[in-house]
Design a protein around this ligand. Structure first.
Ligand SMILES: CO[C@H]1CCN(Cc2c(C)cc(C)c3[nH]ccc23)[C@H](CO)C1
Length: 298
């Protein structure tokens, strides 16, 4: 039977890793030090993360994927979105995060075996649902035959304020952080604060840095949202739909760095917005890369 996506333990005392079994960590070992990002388990061979976690000259042997059960996996390929280019608008815009998304393929090139290593699922390691797949149609409890991708988007990213969550790691413990995605008429108000980012002070038009590919969260209206830290990069922005979990975004960048070495400030700021790559805006790329993975896209 196809693995049910977006399933997790719900009971209060469940270990945090079993409440968030799709979270993975990516480590990149460089001579300059260790970089860590978050990722989401999508299939036994792929995790989804942010493209900005990698540098051009990173080689796959420097990259490991760690799952909640403590297993470390070798990586055979990093597939960043072809339109991602952090330098695209230099020198005016020092860092440009459009299409900040990447698939990391698990496996070990060196092993003689033909079969690639793959992520073993268990109560601590399970895949999350991604939009416009049959798995998500089932997770939304809709009819497989009639449900369209537009219906997924209309159901998940309703107009206005959408409750969502991301998972961060504090003191070696996974904790959920609640945020609200500002869509519809709330989106411009949220996007505008991007110009408060230190690097963007000379930018006059917000659409130069916040493309249509982004979902915007954070700030203090209509609720005080959690904010992301750099170390949260690449993690999934998740919607809990009747106890099934669907990833709608990948954490890309934030306006304010309210964390020192993942120690979060106690207070957020009204302009502390976070931007996430919207999976609904990169579906052709996702589908083309995941076609042999047993995920059926709508
Ligand atoms: C446009 O300029 C800003 C881009 C992002 N920045 C760092 C950063 C990254 C890279 C990723 C995630 C998830 C972050 N969450 C909070 C900050 C932050 C700094 C701001 O601190 C400068």
């Amino acid at each position: 039977v196809i693995d049910m996506c977006g399933m997790a333990k719900q009971y209060n005392e469940a270990p945090h890793v079993e409440k968030n079994p799709w979270l993975a960590t990516i480590s990149v070992t460089r001579s300059s030090g260790l970089e860590k990002c978050k990722a989401a388990v999508i299939t036994p061979h792929f995790v989804l993360t942010a493209a900005h976690c990698f540098n051009i000259d990173d080689e796959v042997h420097q990259i490991k994927v760690l799952t909640n059960d403590g297993k470390r996996y070798a990586v055979t390929n990093v597939i960043s979105h072809p339109n991602y280019n952090v330098n695209a608008k230099k020198p005016k815009i020092a860092e440009f995060y459009d299409y900040d998304i990447a698939l990391v393929e698990i496996g070990d090139k060196n092993k003689r075996t033909i079969k690639k290593e793959k992520i073993e699922f268990n109560p601590k390691v399970r895949p999350i649902c991604i939009p416009c797949t049959e798995g998500t149609t089932r997770a939304l409890r809709k009819k497989v035959a009639q449900t369209t991708c537009d219906e997924h988007e209309a159901t998940l990213l309703k107009w206005g304020i959408v409750e969502a969550l991301f998972i961060t790691e504090e003191d070696n413990e996974l904790t959920r952080k609640d945020v609200t995605i500002k869509t519809g008429d709330q989106k411009p108000v949220c996007n505008r604060d991007a110009l408060k980012a230190p690097l963007y002070v000379n930018v006059t038009d917000v659409s130069e840095v916040v493309s249509d590919r982004f979902l915007c969260t954070g700030g203090t209206e209509p609720q005080v949202d959690a904010f992301t830290c750099k170390g949260d990069s690449g993690g999934p922005l998740v919607i809990n739909h009747r106890q099934r979990y669907i990833q709608v975004g990948v954490i890309s960048w934030g306006v304010a760095n309210l964390c020192i070495n993942m120690n979060r400030a106690s207070m957020t700021k009204p302009y502390a917005r976070d931007f996430h790559t919207n999976l609904f805006k990169v579906l052709p790329w996702l589908e083309s890369r995941l076609k042999d993975e047993g995920i059926s896209f709508l």
